[in-house]
Design a protein around this ligand. Sequence first.
Ligand code: ZN
Length: 152
Amino acid sequence: MSELDELYREVIIDHGRSPRNRHALEGETVVSQEGYNPLCGDRLTLYLDLRDGVVADAGFTGEGCAISTASASLLTERVQGLSVADADALFARFRAVMTDAPLPAGEAPELEALEVLEGVRAYPMRVKCATLAWHTLHALLAGDDEAPATTE
Ligand code: ZN
């Protein structure tokens, strides 16, 4: 395992053990969405406080494996302050990173904090754990009534 892989692994373990923003949000501007990954049993509810088209705050609750928890934790840190459009664009890029080609170096600096999850791609069963929170985010931002799918 390279030093970088080791660093990434530590970030995932850290966020998995001590998730950030693990709490529900309340208020008139808060929207929420449930997500479920039947392959692993991960369940979460994602909360966003949307004010004037900007993610003012983000949180999540639920139970899942370390990877799904770490991914949700990283997501809630990363989307705060983003416009709804930028947050959804981040989902699209994250999904591409998790399912397609590796991210070219320096091509998308805004994804740096999320590249830690790229190593998960080596374990196809766990990709759905890592993407669960992101599909939930997308469903929430897109206003889909359907439960988020983690089928890709
Ligand atoms: Zn999982």
